[in-house]
Design a binder for this molecule. Structure first.
Ligand code: NOJ
Length: 559
């Protein structure tokens, strides 16, 4: 029997208001660190395919793959040289199709990463731009400007790259003279496109269709807040309190400009022409929940990452506030709230929630960082935090390895680090490698089962043997078993499409709410809390008789 991707697609359409992305648990795969079938030390798409049963067993609804398209890998694939091909280190388009079919066969949707703000400097368009003259159509696809100063020797403005250093690089013109400058919000190998250029817009619509035609269920849109820059590119000095990806309190001329919404409206139409409730999810780091909700108005994107939730400290009052605000603001535009605690850009939450010093996004933690976390406390809190999150109505994102309780790897040797942040800040910021270490599958195997050769692009800590999936699979008290129970209960009880009702009476340091048939009680305080004598459905850690210890969450049958 032959079948097409369309045939294999899980439940094609849903009634408006009950589309899959409103309630889905979406598992982020960072392909280079997930599973390595080729054995070269970098994960790949056949590695993903080989582990789809593990993901089905975990109980996720969808996967999101970080970039696997052709790329020189200067920023781990977020520097794309060809948007319509798979990088050979990850496999081939045929491997992608096999992975997609395998996921759909198991009822798992697939979202791919799309990087529209910038390309790689190896992209054919950028190479053409370098060869072309100032003012040419080739240069107009990117943001080239003359420099300031008598001889154009100063950058066009004072903007600072997210990864450290300046945001402009000067080129040498074809005749060998020092020439114009181009803008790169990130590394100099990642030139920004000019999204006011219709040619750029048309190209990305075509790229969307390329992957939609292959059968993907949607896109995670990288740097969705960065595409449009303020007219005139006015000087701006970043807010030291903002994270590196954005979130400054002030208006920033390269983040969150209103013109981006036209792009999302165009993309919405492209997706709407396909069947199967395809979805767009914005990676947009913005100052407020209310601003982020504008990204998901009914004719724009479908979801946006809730980084305000991710960045909330382990504090009951703060959590109640951000949950309420998120449900209100996203609800007001008819969108689901999403929830997320970890991804490939932030310190893993099994470490982050126990940090004792400030750690802005992108800084990472390393051997010399202040405020290193207590790993036991971190894991307790992570399990409690996830148990709280997965009970919330809306859609949740998980990051590979969090289901194993993996901590941030703090003591990576300097010479192993690969994040451009580390190089561009000359080691001042450790960057994001600590959350990107290849994950362990099998305790007694080379590279803990990441592959069969033992090679790994970042070294794995020895302690990870006991966190390997095969060990946790057998242990009912493991973090993996906890995640499986939470996901099974969540699905069986329809929590994603439920609603939240706050419960009083547990004290200020407790987050307590009801969602449908469950009551959730999370104790963030330092004292144990008495629980009603009812059936415990899931507990994030051991209970003390009828009492809920600190840093523990329970789901109990609602009265
Ligand atoms: C956000 C991605 O998540 C991050 O990993 C990447 O470095 C930047 N965007 C640049 O594409």
């Amino acid at each position: 029997m032959t079948f097409t991707q369309q045939d294999a697609r899980p439940e094609l359409e849903s009634a408006p208001g009950s589309e899959w992305w409103r309630t889905a648990v979406i598992y982020q795969i960072y392909p280079r660190s997930f599973a390595d079938a080729s054995g070269d030390g970098l994960g790949d798409l056949p590695g993903v395919t080989a582990h789809l049963d593990d993901l089905a067993d975990l109980g996720v609804d969808a996967i999101w793959l970080s970039p696997f398209q052709r790329s020189p890998q200067k920023d781990a694939g977020y520097d794309v040289a060809d948007y319509r091909d798979v990088d050979p280190i990850f496999g081939s388009l045929a491997d992608f199709d096999a992975m997609l079919a395998g996921a759909h066969d198991r009822g798992i949707r697939v979202i791919v990463d799309l990087v529209p703000n910038h390309s790689s400097d190896q992209h054919v368009w950028f190479q053409e731009a370098l060869k072309a003259a100032p003012g040419s159509p080739e240069r107009a696809r990117y943001i080239f400007r003359d420099g300031r100063g008598d001889n154009g020797e100063l950058p066009p403005n004072n903007w600072e790259s997210v990864f450290g250093g300046g945001m402009w690089k000067r080129v040498t013109e074809a005749d060998g003279t020092p020439g114009q400058w181009y803008l790169h919000i990130f590394d100099e190998s990642q030139p920004d496109f000019d999204w006011t250029n219709p040619e750029v817009r048309a190209e990305f619509e075509s790229i969307l269709r390329f992957w939609l035609d292959r059968g993907v269920d949607g896109f995670r849109v990288d740097v969705a807040h960065g595409l449009i820059k303020a007219a005139g590119l006015p000087d701006y000095t970043p807010d030291p309190e903002g994270g590196s990806m954005g979130g400054d309190a002030d208006e920033v001329p390269y983040w969150g400009q209103p013109g981006v919404h036209d792009v999302w409206r165009e993309w919405h139409e492209v997706l709407a022409a396909y069947d199967g409730d395809r979805a767009l999810c914005a990676e947009a780091w913005l100052p407020t929940v209310a601003q982020t909700a504008l990204w998901v108005r009914s004719d724009e994107m479908h979801q946006a990452f809730n980084f305000h939730y991710l960045e909330t400290k382990w504090d009951a009052e703060a959590l109640r506030a951000v949950i309420e605000e998120s449900l209100d603001e996203y609800g007001a535009v008819g969108a689901p709230s999403t929830w997320v605690l970890s991804n490939h850009d932030v310190v893993r939450h099994a470490s982050r929630l126990a940090l004792t010093a400030d750690n802005p996004q992108g800084a990472g933690i390393g051997p010399k960082s202040p405020g290193k976390p207590d790993p036991v406390k971190g894991l307790h809190r992570a399990r409690a935090a996830t148990s709280l999150m997965l009970a919330l109505p809306g859609s949740s994102y998980l990051y590979q390895g969090e289901e194993l309780g993996l901590p941030e790897v703090i003591d990576l040797p300097d010479d192993a680090r690969q994040d451009p942040t580390w190089f561009r800040t000359e080691g001042e910021r450790y960057g994001r490698d600590g959350c990107r270490v290849p994950i362990p599958w099998t305790a007694d195997a080379p590279a803990y089962g990441f592959n069969e050769t033992g090679a790994a692009w970042l070294p794995q800590p020895a302690e990870w043997a006991e966190l390997a999936r095969d060990v946790q699979r057998e242990d009912p008290a493991s973090t993996l078993s906890l995640y499986r129970s939470l996901l099974a209960e969540r699905r069986a009880r329809g929590l994603g499409s439920g609603s939240l009702e706050w419960l009083d009476g547990y004290g200020d340091d407790v987050v307590a709410f009801r969602n449908g048939s469950i009551t959730v009680v999370a104790n963030l305080g330092s004292e144990s809390v008495a629980l009603p004598a009812v059936e415990i459905l899931v507990a994030s850690g051991p209970l003390e008789g009828d009492a809920l210890p600190t840093d523990t969450t329970v789901w109990i049958a609602a009265a």
